[in-house]
Design a protein around this ligand. Structure first.
Ligand code: Z5A
Length: 209
């Protein structure tokens, strides 16, 4: 384990990750537990620029290999500039997505080979691994309805067909089988307060929060 816990939240779009990160951050603040909230892609000015490149809709076809390298470039910057310094100063880190998303999106949904994805994930993260990962499991149709409910224009990834989002979910489910000790599945279709109760039970049991 790192000097302070590194906790990540994963799931398909609209699964409620951002909501749960916010609730957990409020909970930690109330308890005086020092922490930092961040997200991927993003978290530094350069990584946020890469995020805009990745999510903006464009005429030009983006090859899966290009997409993978952009996500990894943003991660390499984010890990070294934000996550590692926070952890080594004793701050816990709550991160909305990390390298499991690359396996689910670029390997499972885009079809890139797992060996390359694992190699680039390890390179970009410098060997850093989350101590605990919440996977919020919702049906892609439900995630889609939640995102549409926001009334904003879908970004490049959100605009992918439902089949793409189904493959993302399959990718997460196979990660869950591969890392049962680290990844905790929570039923994400339940009301946000119920999901948060499970998050609290888990961080209390695993991290003593
Ligand atoms: N991506 C990738 O391909 N490879 C990578 O390596 C990485 C990422 C790191 C980032 O977009 C995109 O990049 C993402 C994966 C890809 N693309 N997709 N799709 P993002 O970070 O902007 O988007 P997102 O991660 O998909 O998050 P989101 O769309 O904002 O959804 P969310 O954070 O999971 O959900 P939310 O914002 O908390 O909630 C969505 C709505 O549902 C909102 O109105 C809530 O009030 C509501 N909500 C939340 N919880 C509930 C419950 N429990 N019940 C009912 N309604 C709820």
């Amino acid at each position: 384990m790192s000097p302070a816990p590194f906790v990540t939240f994963e799931g398909i779009e609209g699964s409620g990750k951002t909501t749960q990160v916010r609730l957990l951050s409020d909970y930690l603040t109330k308890r005086g537990i020092s922490h930092r909230v961040t997200r991927e892609p993003g978290g530094t000015p350069l990584a946020d620029e890469i995020r805009s490149l990745l999510l903006s809709r464009r005429e030009e076809f983006v090859f899966p290999e290009t997409e993978l390298l952009l996500y990894e470039a943003a991660r390499a910057q984010h890990v070294r500039a934000v996550i590692l310094p926070a952890l080594s100063s004793g701050q816990a880190v709550l991160c909305d997505r990390f390298y499991d998303a690359t396996v689910a999106y670029q390997e499972s949904a885009r079809g890139l080979d797992g060996e390359s994805v694992d190699r680039f994930n390890a390179f970009a993260s410098g060997g850093l691994s989350p101590d605990l990962t919440f996977y919020l499991d919702v049906d892609p149709e439900e995630g889609y309805l939640r995102i549409r409910g926001r009334g904003t224009r879908p970004d490049r990834i959100e605009s992918e067909k439902m089949e793409f989002h189904r493959k993302v979910r399959e990718g997460y489910l196979s990660l869950l089988e591969r890392h049962p000790g680290r990844i905790v599945r929570i039923e994400g279709s339940h009301p946000a307060d119920d999901v948060f109760r499970r998050v609290c039970e888990t961080v209390s049991a695993r991290l003593g929060w």
